[in-house]
Each structure stands twice: as structure tokens, then as C-alpha cells.
Design a protein. Structure first.
Length: 96
């Protein structure tokens, strides 16, 4: 499966931040049954889940090394069609 980068995010290495992935335009009338995040070493996934009518996902992240970029991948399983979809984003860690 090819990695599709859907955007870039930023955070300070000392922050714990929430990030969301909106799947609404990709899943039609279906709903997200399950969501997982692939988070590289150096970052800590504090929490994650599904929100807003089962069409969006979220993750709380902490850590990271200043001036480093990471690729984060969200994999979802759809309830009705049982399709598995993936989208990735780039996280740039920068000192504020």
C-alpha cells in the first residue's frame, strides 16, 4: 500500500498535543470501526481513538527531537465495507 501524505503538523518537543485526521471525504456514509496509529521511535502515543460520528480519528502525542520530522500513519477499518484505509502525515518537531 502506498503512503499518502495528507498534510504537515508541528509541535514543540516539550508539548503534549492532540492531532486529528478527518476521514469524512474518504469514507462516504460508512463509519470507522477501528483506528490505529503507527508512531516512530522518539515520539510517545499517549492516547488515540475515534470521534465525531465515527468519521474522524485523533491521537495525543508527546516528545520528539527538535528539528526532526516524523511520518505518522493512521490505519482504519470501516464498519460497513470492512475496507482498510491508510493516510499519513508529517510531523515537524520545532522549538517554539
Amino acid at each position: 500500500m502506498a503512503i499518502i501524505i495528507v498534510g504537515a503538523l508541528t509541535k514543540d518537543p516539550d508539548e503534549t498535543r492532540i492531532f486529528r485526521m478527518d476521514w469524512t471525504n474518504h469514507i462516504g456514509l460508512d463509519e470507522i470501526l477501528m483506528s490505529t496509529w503507527d508512531v516512530p521511535a522518539g515520539l510517545t502515543l499517549v492516547a488515540n481513538g475515534i470521534i465525531e460520528g465515527n468519521t474522524k480519528t485523533y491521537m495525543f502525542l508527546q516528545g520528539g527531537t527538535a528539528n526532526q520530522s516524523y511520518i505518522l500513519t493512521n490505519t482504519i477499518l470501516l464498519y460497513g465495507s470492512k475496507e482498510i484505509l491508510q493516510r499519513s502525515c508529517r510531523l515537524d518537531v520545532r522549538e517554539h
